[in-house]
Design a protein around this ligand. Structure first.
Ligand SMILES: [Zn+2]
Length: 330
């Protein structure tokens, strides 16, 4: 008997507690319901302590700001530098509060510094004109190369960023402005051409001994080449390598320019109708009329004139007829 009654008492107690718990839960829900019908969780957004507004979707807004910082507006603005990022604070606010993500975004964006991206076209590393895109820069340079502009080997592109938008030129303007005609100096552009080529294989005795004007390997031999006779040999050497006089004599030509393909070249007369010619030079160290001794520096290796790489084009002529230099040197 005693046992049963104590169990009953326990059951009654549990029932009382359950009722009480249900009442608590229901009233909590009711309060929450009332509160959420008037209030909602929302983010207040501040920048440097200044309230910009309210946002319901913090991550979406911040993502938009991040994208703007990294990629700008996708047109000319390359990226944006923003000193301070907005601060978000979660709060419960009245349901009728107006969120203004657009205004917040604009306010944050306006505080940033926009960097514009463009491309400068350079001649000899000096910035000449700006274009908006890399493909325009490429196109302009290719056109100048096609037109064989005199500065075609000095053209370059630099990627630029600036806080102010530059003035952009179009491809046509770049090509017109930067095109340089080959400088032809008529008064000083005599090309002393060989009067013939000794292809007989017979070696003419020069009566003097020659030394190598540069050390290097022969990259193109004397004789038939590309359907035309090669009147000398080519010796590959780095740009700027000193070229020495093969023998003593008088400089008869020291001439800058295209010179019929020789580029900047030197010619020395050694007497008895013997001449040596040094083509495609970068700089010429002696002027016409100078007497030079064997081994004296006369020029430096380059790739001027009709040349695709740095080398010395060496000719040896006897009475105007080009001889094979490899009969005497290399
Ligand atoms: Zn050559």
């Amino acid at each position: 008997m005693f046992k049963i009654s104590s169990v009953k008492r326990a059951i009654i107690k549990i029932r009382k507690c359950t009722k009480f718990a249900i009442i608590i839960i229901l009233s909590t829900l009711l309060i929450l319901g009332i509160v959420s019908s008037f209030y909602k969780p929302i983010y207040s957004v501040t920048l440097n302590g200044e309230l910009l507004g309210y946002s319901e979707n913090k991550s979406k807004l911040q993502e938009r700001i991040n994208q703007y910082i990294e990629k700008g507006d996708g047109e000319n603005v390359a990226f944006v530098d923003i000193d301070d990022l907005p601060q978000y604070k979660l709060c419960l606010l009245k349901r009728n509060i107006v969120t203004n993500d657009d205004e917040i975004f604009k306010a944050v964006a306006s505080k940033g510094t926009s960097y514009y991206k463009y491309y400068a076209i350079t001649v000899d590393n000096k910035e000449e004109l700006n274009v908006a895109t890399f493909s325009e820069a490429e196109e302009a340079i290719n056109k100048l190369k096609e037109k064989n502009s005199n500065n075609k080997d000095k053209l370059g592109v630099i990627e630029k960023y600036a806080t102010e938008q530059a003035e952009y030129a179009n491809v046509e303007k770049v090509v017109t402005d930067l095109y340089e005609k080959k400088v032809v100096r008529k008064t000083n552009n005599t090309v002393v051409a060989a009067t013939g080529t000794n292809t007989s294989g017979k070696v003419v005795n020069l009566g003097i001994s020659l030394i190598r004007p540069v050390s290097g390997t022969v990259t193109s031999r004397f004789g038939a080449r590309w359907g035309r006779g090669h009147k000398g040999i080519d010796i590959g050497a780095p740009k700027g390598t000193t070229i020495y006089a093969a023998a003593s004599g008088t400089v008869t030509v020291s001439q800058y320019g295209y010179s019929g393909g020789y580029g900047n070249y030197i010619m020395i007369s050694h007497g008895n109708g013997i001449q040596t010619l040094y083509g495609h030079c970068t700089s010429l160290l002696v002027s016409a009329g100078t007497y030079v001794t064997q081994g004296q520096p006369i020029a430096t290796v380059g790739s001027t004139g009709n040349s695709t790489g740095n080398h010395l084009h060496l000719e040896i002529r006897v009475n105007g007829v080009a001889q094979n230099p490899q009969n005497y040197l290399y």
